[in-house]
Design a protein around this ligand. Sequence first.
Ligand code: GDP
Ligand code: MG
Length: 162
Amino acid sequence: MKPVIALVGRPNVGKSTLFNQITRSRDALVANFSGLTRDRKYGAARHDDVSFIVIDTGGISGEEEGIDAAMAQQSLLAIDEADEVLFLVDARAGLTPADQHIAHHLRRTGKVAHLVVNKTDGLDAEQAAAEFHQLGMSSSFHIAAAHNRGIRAMLDVLVANW
Ligand code: GDP
Ligand code: MG
């Protein structure tokens, strides 16, 4: 079985941009699910000699009260299906309550989850990432998905652990 990686995070953090970067050389959309399981997009990806599946999700709004309401159903399903989760946050926007909700939920699932601090272009990445440490994630990466920065290095680490 190929490893399944879910991209999770509130809207606008760069999940789809990262999805496109990871899958673009493959140009291989596996499936689009619509309807009840809205907006889960499955892509085939490959890093070095390792093939895996990546799931893009419509995001988690964080506008609602409480974790159950705050997390969109497709994101919950994607987390369920995944072997590992990449939890994206936005270095420009900073830490938000929605990020806290998602971190809390991920801890409860017990899934292997990695914090991905995106949009670090033009910022001091270490400084931008510092406030996210309080999310208590065990591992983190700094990337700029739109500029294809940090993605290879991140995948090197992920793949090495499979
Ligand atoms: P999603 O809602 O999480 O799927 O986010 P998108 O991938 O649609 O990206 C939301 C916005 O953030 C878009 O305007 C992207 O161009 C922008 N964005 C994504 N990655 C980066 C990045 O690394 N740096 C900057 N500055 N903007 C980015
Ligand atoms: Mg998106």
